[in-house]
Design a protein around this ligand. Structure first.
Ligand code: PLP
Length: 374
């Protein structure tokens, strides 16, 4: 298999001494991203505090994320994490008297459910959509989402097994019942193309440190333009105002109203450089290549006798391959000693390639894992 992104590998220095297959948790750091972090620091060292430069960079990063998901810049807010984005929406969701239910799934990242559970006004009206073998049939949404459901919250792809959902179909089902759709795209944004308008997504959140190649401290919240005005943020902050520097009291027009205090500019610099790289490499091409890697991983893992959980074919999964391991944490540590970076969660080891990885790297890691399993 030819590696269509081989010229990019030299941008990721870690790859010369390690196998880095943990994009579901944190991706390898690219030189242009590290340079952007330096640019922020050097600016402070040589020119001092410069709000204008920092705010311009924030605007550029928002514009690039909007481009990545087919939205407009005014529909994007910057928040510190996906948890903050979900919490900001949950706290301020307008609630008509006859719609109190919030639906989320048992394959959501746990923090997402915990945030809904923490909302006093919704905690007795939660529907948890159940998966079977870590997957959810569309019929389950038909059954569980009702005409009382205010919002349905789903992950685009499962963090534990790479199960990828058909968001467009889910949107059609939940919209027919009058529910809003919130998509957690943290496991897809950056390597799976997303078009919020085509997919008819109302609200979406994704952080930058996984497949988006950034560092911790920045997540983006998308909210459809027509919806923004209906929300009066309860986690209000000065950055969510129309003119923060005039210390204005009016909420900003678009999604910006969800922003809170001074953001992590250093991570916004990183996000902007990372998004530039991703847009240049093109998520559609990245997805195509990673699908080939997923097909290889499924076949080679089976040959090696590894117990892979989640979808068995590439049509409803991402390239995240989870291998059952009783002592996943210990296994992750043993692999790290061999300069192999993977990600353990409960009883699985997650092998999560990005466009910079090769088939040979995955084969090597699976060989090592098979040897460790004995
Ligand atoms: C799908 C998904 N959603 C949300 C989160 C939590 O993101 P954050 O740490 O930005 O709140 C994670 C983190 O691993 C995740 O995988």
């Amino acid at each position: 298999m030819k590696h269509p992104f081989h010229t990019y590998r030299s941008l990721f220095p870690i790859l010369s001494g390690h196998v880095h297959l943990a994009a579901c948790s944190g991706s390898a750091l690219a030189l242009p991203v590290a340079k952007a972090v330096d640019e922020y620091q050097n600016g402070l060292l040589t020119a001092g505090a410069d709000w204008k430069a920092h705010l311009d960079k924030m605007d550029e990063a928002k514009e690039k994320f909007a481009r990545l998901i087919g939205a407009e810049k005014e529909e994007i807010a910057v928040l510190p994490s996906v948890s903050d984005a979900v919490a900001a929406v949950a706290a301020s969701l307008p609630q008509p008297p006859h719609r109190r239910q919030i639906a989320f799934t048992d394959i959501d990242f746990p923090a997402v459910g915990q945030i809904w559970l923490a909302q006093d006004r919704f905690k007795d009206h939660l529907i948890i959509i159940q998966s079977e073998d870590g997957m959810i049939d569309l019929e389950q949404y038909e059954k569980d989402v009702t005409d009382q459901t205010l919002l349905t919250c789903v992950p685009h792809a499962g963090y534990r097994n790479g199960f990828k959902q058909d968001v467009k179909q889910i949107a059609e089902i939940v919209h027919q019942k009058g529910s809003l759709l919130f998509v957690d795209a943290y496991q897809t944004a950056g390597h799976i193309p997303i078009h919020v308008k085509d997919m008819d997504i109302d609200i979406l959140a994704a952080g930058t440190r996984k497949y988006m190649l950034g560092i911790p401290g920045t997540a983006f919240l998308y909210m459809k333009r027509e919806l923004c005005g209906q929300f009066e943020p309860k986690t209000a902050g000065w950055f969510g105002r129309n003119k923060p520097f005039a210390l204005d009291s009016c909420f900003a027009e678009g999604a910006k109203r969800f922003e809170s205090g001074t953001p992590s500019f250093i991570s916004i610099y990183a996000a902007d450089a990372a998004l530039r790289l991703l847009l240049e490499a093109e998520p559609g091409r990245i997805e195509h290549y990673l699908r080939e890697l997923a097909a290889f991983s499924l076949q080679y893992g089976a040959e090696k006798g590894l117990k892979i959980i989640g979808p068995e074919t590439v049509h409803n999964r991402t390239s995240l391959i989870s291998v059952y391991a009783e002592e996943a944490g210990r296994m992750e540590a043993l692999l790290r000693e061999k300069h192999i970076i993977v990600s353990a969660r409960n009883n699985v080891i997650r092998i999560a390639p990005h466009f910079y990885n090769t088939k040979e790297e995955i084969g090597f890691v699976m060989d090592e894992m098979a040897a460790l399993f004995g």
